[in-house]
Design a protein around this ligand. Structure first.
Ligand SMILES: [Zn+2]
Length: 262
């Protein structure tokens, strides 16, 4: 028999900050937290695995907050670990609830009863998806143009291999906002190694939020991936944040904010 409830009564899977922001950006952080609901115990992981990059994107929420503040943007994020449910994956994806992540087994996610899988979808993914849809629909109803920016971090070493890219500008079939940001980067000081669709791209299944909420609604969209060793100290977070907010802000002035399906 599966668990009937994952979260405590009244507890929300999602959080919104800077709700009254006037800017055109909506900033989303799907991997903001490594929190596991107590009802799931430790998923069979030790403390170091539970706080490692497999559980969340270290530094991403702080960077997203910096961007939310500097771009006067709404910030929307998931309050629980992606090991509970990865909100950047649709329910049908095997990677939505991983039994193994990089080199770590996740015992609590292996051989899960279907009822438990459905509970995670119902209590984590659907509220996240619907909450973001509501924000976008409400902006559309107010006639406000919107651009969608999702913020992530990635580990410097993956499967033992060091990654040279420092900031990835990722997109799916709508390249408009990513192209504009990369064009601004060409003219900016090359403080960071910035690349298109690195260290991941659409083929890795990482553009779900962009497709579901950006492309489907005709909203310009981009996913920002920052190497997490650049987001450890507060002043490093601010340095990356100020660099990115300048690029994104300038790029956005060359792109028409979307609000409707064309
Ligand atoms: Zn991420």
């Amino acid at each position: 028999m599966g668990k009937l409830s994952l979260l405590a009564p009244g507890e929300s899977a999602i959080a919104i900050e800077n709700k009254a922001a006037l800017g055109k950006f909506v900033i989303v952080c799907e991997h903001a937290s490594h929190l596991i609901p107590p009802s799931l115990g430790d998923l069979g992981l030790d403390a170091s695995a539970r706080s490692s990059h497999i559980a969340w994107d270290p530094g991403a929420l702080e960077l997203a907050r910096y961007l939310s503040s500097s771009l006067d943007a709404v910030l929307y994020y998931q309050r629980f670990s992606r090991l509970v449910y990865d909100c950047n994956r649709p329910p049908e994806a095997v990677s939505a609830i991983v039994g193994k992540s990089e080199i770590y087994d996740v015992p609590g996610n292996q051989s899960m009863p279907e009822a438990d899988r459905l509970t995670r979808i119902n209590e984590i993914y659907l509220p996240f998806r619907d909450g973001l849809s509501e924000i976008l629909a409400s902006r559309k109803a107010q006639g406000r143009g919107t651009m969608l920016v999702t913020v992530h971090s990635f580990t410097p070493v993956y499967f033992g291999k060091k990654r040279e890219v420092e900031i990835g500008i990722l997109h799916d079939s709508d390249t408009t906002l990513a192209d504009a940001i990369l064009a601004e980067f060409e003219g900016a000081d090359r403080k960071y190694v910035v690349m298109r669709n690195q260290p991941y791209g659409p083929a890795d299944g990482v553009t779900h939020t962009l497709v579901e909420h950006g492309i489907a609604n005709g909203i310009p969209n981009v996913m920002i991936e920052v190497r997490n060793d650049l987001l450890v100290a507060a002043d490093d977070q601010a340095a990356v944040g100020s660099y990115l907010s300048r690029l994104i802000g300038k790029a956005a002035s060359t792109v028409k904010a979307g609000q409707t399906v064309s």
